[in-house]
Design a protein around this ligand. Structure first.
Ligand code: NAD
Length: 271
């Protein structure tokens, strides 16, 4: 699938993997990129890129990905100004790490992971990506209906693609009960949406990145990274966001990719 003539949406585009993927799509001649983040910085990043390229290629939207009205307004504006959204990479995400069951040595009590945190992580990392991805497929579907097109035929060429951002933690990781469950949930969303969206010529896949050098991982602290992450990767280093972005571009371009791709630097954590 070629990127020229395609409109894309990336959430979490102000930082880390979302930001690197935005750059990679632009380098690969994407027609237009809706860049979504709750961080106002997304406006400066968009202006910088547009000034450099000399046209409006990045359209920034500041808001919370979990807000339905915000999401609907983004899709409505994209449709009105630029046409359908063909590509969606819902990358915005958070961690709220803590042991699932924890002994409090002082009180002698045992505490379990809080329901509020579980719901916060599910809402941002699982529910929101599914909603953003479904709206992209709907955007292509509506455009096809308006043109009188029915079931997609391969001769038409690919109409679009979704790449969910999973994680190596989807296979389980100590201290990440909410994050791991949300990322594993995206597997089910991907495999279901990929079966439905192909009716409209849209593919759907999921990438499982290993630990990548972004603010999310740096927040774990250098000590933690040194002791608990680097020894368990074959490369003995964090991945670079541009390495993940490169893999996402491959997944978007290569129409044979339809499932999960693990880009994990040989992550093999202890049990
Ligand atoms: N860094 C890693 O090692 C790693 C590994 C596997 C998967 N991932 C996944 O990759 C994605 C990007 O992570 P990253 O490491 O680049 O993190 P990051 O913290 O660098 O970037 C995340 C971005 O998402 C935005 N965001 C978070 N919640 C939002 C909300 N509710 N509304 C709008 N914007 C919101 C933040 O403002 C930030 O700009 C996440 O889904 C993460 O789970 C990261």
């Amino acid at each position: 699938m070629k990127f020229s003539g395609k409109n894309a949406i990336i959430t979490g585009a102000a930082s880390g993997i979302g930001r690197a993927t935005s750059r990679a799509l632009i380098d690969n001649d994407i027609q237009l990129l809706g860049a979504i983040d709750r961080n106002e910085m997304i406006k400066d990043l968009a202006k910088e890129t547009n000034d450099k390229i000399g046209r409006e290629i990045v359209v920034p939207f500041v808001g919370d990905v979990t807000n339905d009205d915000f999401r609907k307004s983004v899709y409505a504006e994209m449709k009105e100004r630029f046409g359908p959204v063909h590509i969606c990479i819902p990358a915005a995400g958070i961690t709220r790490d803590a042991l699932a069951v924890k002994r409090n040595k002082e009180t002698g009590m045992v505490e379990t992971y809080s329901r509020n945190l579980l719901e916060e992580v599910f809402t941002i990392n699982l529910v929101a990506p599914i909603l953003w991805a479904m709206d992209a497929v709907a955007s292509v579907a509506e455009d096809r209906m308006a043109k009188g097109l029915k079931r997609w035929e391969p001769a038409e060429g690919m109409q679009g693609a979704i790449v969910f951002i999973g994680s190596v933690s989807s296979a389980g990781n100590k201290g990440q009960i909410s994050y791991a469950a949300a990322k594993a949930g995206l597997e089910g969303a991907q495999s279901t949406l990929s079966k439905e969206a192909i009716f409209y010529g849209v593919r759907c896949s999921i990438i499982h990145p290993g630990f990548t050098d972004t603010p999310m991982v740096r927040a774990m602290g250098d000590d933690y990274i040194e002791k608990n992450i680097l020894p368990y990767t074959q490369l003995k280093r964090l991945l670079r966001p541009d390495e993940i972005a490169d893999a996402i571009c491959f997944m978007l371009k290569n129409s044979a990719v339809s499932g999960s791709v693990w880009v994990d630097a040989g992550w093999h954590p202890a049990a």
